[in-house]
Structure formats: structure tokens, C-alpha cells
Write a new protein. Structure first.
Length: 300
């Protein structure tokens, strides 16, 4: 099936994304009876407020109902096929490449990368397509409608108001993820190979420690060869590619939240070679750690 690339960058949506990094559009009684897979050029959150349908995310299909948010990242293809009665859908558009997400309280911010990578360079198969269930979805939707009204009216101070509404929305998402979990899109579920998932969790938790393929394979009860193949299928990354990405994520968090020296940030994130840290950070983030910190500070 042909996959169509689409752009939402037109009119007020484009203006909001350029200025604020976020835009909202409500589709009441949205009806689509034919599957047309398309890939967005932004990060798209499809929030179902009413009605039912089927959501095609990559090669997986989910039944949609009120309260679910499906998150589709740059270049991933999707489509929603509705029933004859249609659905009420709220689209939230994010430009993470040019506008960093706001800082949340530390415990929630640590969870945020499981829902939305804090930077596109941290994308992998487990977070490129995720789903959340929002229990009190209409309460969350009211804040999004208020955000949209601020964007439309553009009154004095609306930029700050929109940033605050976005922060509240992300806090709501993280709180619901804590209560209901996150449903990642992956080639197979963790239960199908608990050893691979155990290794991933170990790397997430002990990212600053030294690891070897042999010790990780022994920990999982797998052969090193099988672990390499299965881990890449599961995450889209090599074992140590995933570990470097996790360490860069920690470094980004410290650069956002602290005034620690960059050499200390590197060490605490698991890098023993400072030049290697700078090289990998630039390779993944597209800038030096110092420039990244300055960019985040200007965006706050």
C-alpha cells in the first residue's frame, strides 16, 4: 500500500508550530471510511473524545474509543478508519525538532521519554508509536480547547498561556501513564521474550555502569548472538547503541535541570571519555552539549 507524506504546515497551524512548537485542531464528527496510510512531518497526538473506530499504526491495528491518545512520530505512518457515525478527534501537533518540550517535575520528566522523546534523536521502536489512556479525558480536553482559543485569539501574553497549557497537558499524560501504563508499539510484546526486555530495563536503570555483551547475555539467560539480533528487532537499536542513547538522554536531562559542569554531566551519565561524549552528543543531538544547554535556556 502506498504511504503518503503529508504536511500540516499551512495557515494558523503552521504559524503556531513556528512560533510556539505546538498547535491544536479539533475534528468534530470526523468520518473516514477508507484506509489511506500517511506519515506526518511533525509529532502527532490523536486524542479520541467520542465515537469508535480503528487506528492503523504502522503494521498494527487498535480499536479506538474515547480517552485514548495515539502518538505518531516523524515519518511513521498511520490512519484512523471510523464507523459510519464518525468520531470526535482532537489533534495535537508538536515540533520537537525546533521547540524543546517544557520541563516537568523530575519524577514526571523521567517518565516523559517513554511517551514522547524529549528530543527526536532519542526515538526508537518502543517510543516512536505509543498509546495512552486518559481516564478523565474530557477534563484534559477542556484544557486543550482553552489552549486552542489562546492560539486563535493571540492576545497579549498568549505565548506564556499556551506554554502553561502544554505543561499541564504533559503532566496529565504522565500522571495517567503512571496509573495506566504506556502501550508501546514494538515488533513483539515483552512477554514474548522477557530476557530481552529485562536487558532493556537493566540498561535504562544502570546506564552509568560498565556493561559487556557477555554479562548482559548471561543476565538474560540468552546467547550473545541471539541477544544482539532480538534486541535490535525489539528496539531498532543495537544493545550498545541503545545504551549510548540512554546516556545521552540522561545528559540532556542534566543539562536542562542543573548547572553542573559539562564534564561532570558526562561522567554522571556514564561516559568516561569526555571527547567521546562530545562526539556522540553532537552526532545524536546535532549540537555540542554547551550549545544545547544555551538553546534550552533561551526556550524557557
Amino acid at each position: 500500500m502506498e504511504i503518503v507524506k503529508v504536511s500540516v504546515r499551512s495557515g494558523r497551524i503552521a504559524d503556531a508550530l513556528d512560533k510556539l512548537g505546538v498547535a491544536v485542531r479539533f475534528f468534530p464528527n470526523y468520518t473516514n471510511r477508507k484506509l489511506r496510510l500517511h506519515s506526518p512531518d511533525i509529532v502527532l497526538l490523536s486524542f479520541i473524545l467520542a465515537g469508535t473506530g480503528r487506528h492503523y499504526l504502522g503494521d498494527e491495528v487498535y480499536d479506538e474509543k474515547p480517552g485514548y491518545i495515539s502518538i505518531t512520530h516523524y515519518g511513521q505512518y498511520h490512519d484512523i478508519v471510523t464507523g459510519s457515525d464518525g468520531m470526535d478527534v482532537m489533534n495535537i501537533y508538536l515540533d520537537l525538532k525546533r521547540h524543546p518540550l517544557p520541563n516537568l517535575p523530575p519524577k514526571l520528566h523521567a517518565l516523559l521519554p517513554k511517551i514522547l522523546p524529549i528530543d527526536p534523536c532519542l526515538q526508537n521502536k518502543l517510543n516512536r508509536m505509543t498509546r495512552l489512556f486518559i481516564k478523565d479525558h474530557m477534563s484534559v480536553a477542556r484544557n486543550l480547547f482553552a489552549m486552542d482559543e489562546e492560539i486563535r485569539n493571540g492576545r497579549e501574553g498568549y505565548e506564556t498561556s499556551v506554554a502553561n497549557y502544554l505543561t499541564i497537558f504533559l503532566i496529565d499524560c504522565c500522571r495517567n501513564a503512571l496509573e495506566n501504563g504506556v502501550m508501546p508499539k514494538s515488533p513483539f510484546s515483552p512477554m514474548e521474550n522477557s530476557g530481552v526486555e529485562a536487558v532493556r530495563r537493566r540498561l535504562d536503570a544502570k546506564f552509568a555502569e560498565k556493561h559487556s555483551l557477555e554479562s548482559l547475555a548471561k543476565f538474560a539467560g540468552l546467547s550473545p548472538e541471539y541477544l544482539c539480533r532480538a534486541f535490535r528487532k525489539y528496539t531498532g537499536k543495537t544493545v550498545f547503541g541503545y545504551l549510548v542513547q540512554r546516556r545521552i538522554q540522561e545528559a540532556m536531562m542534566r543539562l536542562r535541570f542543573t548547572d553542573e559542569k559539562i564534564s561532570f554531566v558526562a561522567l554522571e551519565s556514564g561516559f568516561r571519555d569526555f571527547s567521546y561524549f562530545n562526539r556522540k552528543f553532537r552526532e545524536l543531538a546535532g549540537s555540542t552539549p554547551g550549545n544545547y544547554r544555551r538553546f534550552i535556556s533561551k526556550s524557557k
